[in-house]
Design a protein around this ligand. Structure first.
Ligand SMILES: Nc1ncnc2c1ncn2[C@@H]1O[C@H](COP(=O)(O)OP(=O)(O)O)[C@@H](O)[C@H]1O
Ligand SMILES: [Mg+2]
Length: 263
């Protein structure tokens, strides 16, 4: 079975005033359809850099030195290669930490969804936009889609905003979704609901999900596989249960030991 996403030997550096800083060091990672892969690790371990690299959203001073990112068999990122433009937002959906940042405060939810659909589905009719907008909000388990469509972001709760942000990421029917700390700003109950929603979406739609979080507990609830990052390297990866129950690396053991309720 071919992987949806294959990251192979990926090394990335940032150019600083005086020298180069290695942000990612020979990272290998795969995500299949219907699979949730968690990327965990402390702040500064390179998780966001990895997530952004997959969609070509690196800062100006950051460069891919070695390795590649392959999406559904096509190399989209390699040294001197960036073909992410045509997959970003269509084949790959993205959800970030702060839903407010992906939503324009001056635009109703309806307009957000319409803009994304128009951009990615040439010639789509108004009726079809309406149908797919309602459908995706229903998929997000939003019970009153019409009210939400007619709302401005500030009229929605944090959890509802994050659902809308996830809806925006999946309305183009991507095969892969990348979520970077997308539940971090939410309270625990809302977090749990968003996590359940992701599980349902992955199971129902066969999407592959790369779920980036510093929260090992959350990853253990949600993920099929887990990759543990430290200092820009994947120090351990494998089946989520195995990594959490029988960690092979000291670093993973220390991360687990730092969770008060872990037993
Ligand atoms: N454009 C950049 N230039 C220099 N250093 C960077 C840049 N982007 C990220 N870094 C550094 O790389 C490391 C990893 O950052 P990041 O990927 O955001 O980690 P995480 O998401 O795991 O917290 C950090 O030390 C950060 O300061
Ligand atoms: Mg980060």
């Amino acid at each position: 079975m071919t992987d949806l996403l294959t990251i192979s030997g990926l090394s990335v550096t940032a150019r600083l005033a005086t020298d180069d800083l290695r942000l990612l060091d020979a990272v290998d990672l795969e995500v299949r359809g219907g699979q949730i892969v968690g990327v965990v690790g402390e702040s500064g371990s390179g998780k966001t850099t990895l997530a952004r690299c997959v969609v070509g959203l690196l800062e100006r001073n950051v460069r891919v030195e070695q390795g590649s990112v392959t999406l559904a068999g096509d190399v989209v990122v390699a040294p001197g290669v960036d073909r992410t433009g045509r997959v970003r937002g269509s084949a790959v959906g993205m959800v970030f930490q702060d839903a407010s940042r992906s939503l324009n405060p001056l635009m109703k939810v309806r307009v957000h969804l319409a803009e994304v659909l128009r951009r990615h589905v040439p010639g789509i009719t108004r009726a079809e936009i309406e149908r797919r907008s309602v459908q995706v909000l229903e998929q997000m388990r939003i019970t009153d889609p019409t009210r939400v469509l007619d709302s401005y972001p500030h009229q929605l709760s944090g959890g509802l905003k994050q659902r809308v942000a996830i809806g925006l990421a999946v309305v183009t029917r991507p095969s892969l979704v990348i979520a970077d700390e997308c539940t971090t700003a939410l309270d625990v109950t809302t977090q749990t609901k968003v996590v359940e929603l992701f599980r349902t979406l992955v199971d129902e739609l066969g999407i592959g999900l790369l779920f980036v979080t510093h929260d090992l507990m959350l990853a253990s609830d949600l993920c099929d596989r887990i990759a543990v990052m430290s200092g820009g390297r994947v120090v351990e990866q494998g089946d989520a249960e195995r990594v959490l129950d029988r960690p092979e690396q000291d670093y993973t053991r220390r991360l687990l030991a730092a969770i008060p309720s872990w037993s």
